[in-house]
Write a protein that binds this ligand. Structure first.
Ligand code: NDP
Length: 296
């Protein structure tokens, strides 16, 4: 078997086109321009790239984009003050503070300062709880992107065995809630899981969110399974020249693709979905803040 490649890049493009349509309707029918504020503190190169693409894609779908770049030595009090200002700014419907923040700032305090109604990352305890009990609101961006790809690939997920490898607050735990909602039977594995290969062999759906290059091998995969590889790992690529690197996922791609029915590549799988889902969450919060039912 050679797996179908799940093309996250083109799915994300389609999603952004649908989002641009929702933006137009909010503008023309309700006079609302959804606005997303992105805050970055310091000069982490990876964070700067993420923030620039978030701002660019926000503007491309017709939303208002507000970018706040603060110096590395910004105090916690100053950052919290900015968050409070954005909480009270009627033009802003989503607030994202790019993590990690410099060490003088407590990230938990920052997250808790964001108004849950504008928490488009779905980091605040209030929104994490809403996802758990199935109330409308923003949903963690990367897991939401994984779910969209799975639904597109499989249709109903009901009754399928899903194994998530990784239990972070960012990916593994919210993924568990979303798949449970879809009536999957969910197993969450982590660094203390025994016989991980055997656990994965029972999975119709594998979600790999570990951060270890190519850890999940082809002979762990049940024939016909669907694999979503969240991992992004940079490894040396001497074949491309001295000092060169390349990106790989947490799954040994070629081995797994020989067994699975479908698999996301790295790059070009889950990655592009994350920012598109951030924009989708901004449509959700802009709708809810204005008393409208968010589009599905
Ligand atoms: P974390 O480091 O927060 O969590 C990693 C998880 O993997 C932990 O639960 C850990 O277990 C588990 N783990 C570590 N080693 C093993 C092992 N040997 N066997 C089984 N489980 C193990 O990572 P994140 O969830 O933030 O990210 C995971 C990966 O996804 C990273 O590569 C990251 O770059 C990528 N990522 C990609 C995104 C995208 O947009 N595509 C977005 C977010 C993340 P324990 O809890 O026991 O320590």
């Amino acid at each position: 078997m050679t797996a179908k490649i799940i093309d996250g890049k083109s799915f994300a493009e389609g999603l952004r086109t649908r989002i641009a349509g929702h933006v137009q309707r909010l503008k023309s029918e309700h006079g609302i321009t959804p606005g997303l504020a992105v805050v970055i503190v310091g000069h982490d190169p990876a964070s700067e790239i993420y923030v620039s693409s978030k701002a660019k894609q926000t503007a491309e779908v017709g939303m208002a984009s507000f970018k706040h770049e603060l110096p590395e030595d910004t105090s916690e009090a100053d950052l919290l003050e900015l968050v409070h200002r954005l909480n009270n700014d009627g033009q802003v419907h989503g607030i994202l503070v790019q993590m990690p923040v410099p060490k003088q700032i407590d990230p938990i305090k920052v997250i808790e300062a964001i108004a849950p109604s504008k928490d488009v990352d779905c980091f605040t305890p209030a929104n994490v709880g809403k996802v758990q009990i199935g109330l409308p609101g923003p949903v963690s961006c990367t897991p939401l992107g994984c779910l969209m790809l799975l639904r597109d690939q499989l249709g109903s997920l009901s009754g399928l065995n899903a194994v998530i490898i990784g239990r972070s607050n960012l990916v593994g735990k919210p993924m568990m809630q979303l798949l449970l909602r879809e009536n999957c039977t969910v197993t969450v594995a982590h660094s203390k899981t025994k016989n991980l290969a055997d656990v994965v062999r029972g999975a119709d759906i594998v979600i790999a969110a570990v951060g270890r290059p190519e850890m999940i091998r082809g002979d762990w995969i049940k024939p016909g399974a669907t694999i979503i590889d969240v991992g992004i790992n940079r490894i040396p690529a001497p074949e491309r020249g001295e000092g060169k690197t390349r990106l790989v996922g947490d799954v040994a791609y070629a081995e797994a693709a020989a067994v699975a029915a479908a698999i996301t590549p790295v790059p070009g799988g889950v990655g592009p979905m994350t920012i598109a889902c951030l924009l989708a969450n901004t449509i959700t919060t802009a709708s809810l803040i204005n008393g409208l039912v968010p589009p599905t």
